[in-house]
Design a protein around this ligand. Sequence first.
Ligand SMILES: Nc1ncnc2c1ncn2[C@@H]1O[C@H](COP(=O)(O)OP(=O)(O)OP(=O)(O)O)[C@@H](O)[C@H]1O
Ligand SMILES: [Mg+2]
Length: 164
Amino acid sequence: METSFSLSTKTPEETTALGRLVGECCEGGEVFLLRGTLGAGKTCFCQGLARGLGIPENEPVTSPTFTLHCQYFGRLEFNHLDAYRLEGTAGVEGLEELLGAVGAVAAVEWPDFISPQLPSSALSVDIEIANSESRMLVFSASDARAGKTLERIVRTCSQSPRFP
Ligand SMILES: Nc1ncnc2c1ncn2[C@@H]1O[C@H](COP(=O)(O)OP(=O)(O)OP(=O)(O)O)[C@@H](O)[C@H]1O
Ligand SMILES: [Mg+2]
């Protein structure tokens, strides 16, 4: 079972394209925890993830920093959350249900601000700024179920001419 996988992107478009590939690997029930400093590329990745989940190209996918939660419907339901403004709070009622929704995919930016409410099965995506336009993305699986998703992601990336 794969537990960790990393690759780098050289432009925002590449990070979005990687997010799309990851979205295409989803079957429903996946939870992605996106970590990285301000401007690392978490939202950029999620914009691609949404497209890979079949959210129509003409539907804007915006940062949920101020709204906390954005919901989209494509091939799969997509719940995009940003907990940045929840630092120091007790969390949000109903979050566990949202993160455990059957047939839906969730992505959470700044997950450590709501750590008691996170599910035990999740895929972490840690994004590090290497330099102005280059990012290192490290994927890691918290359990065997997330590991299966990671295996699909690794296989799909290795078959892609863009991320061999
Ligand atoms: N390789 C890259 N991948 C992703 N973003 C990049 C890359 N190179 C430069 N950027 C720039 O970095 C910024 C990433 O912004 P984004 O909103 O995705 O960050 P974020 O991690 O969601 O930040 P926040 O914590 O504020 O929500 C954008 O301005 C984007 O153009
Ligand atoms: Mg963001």
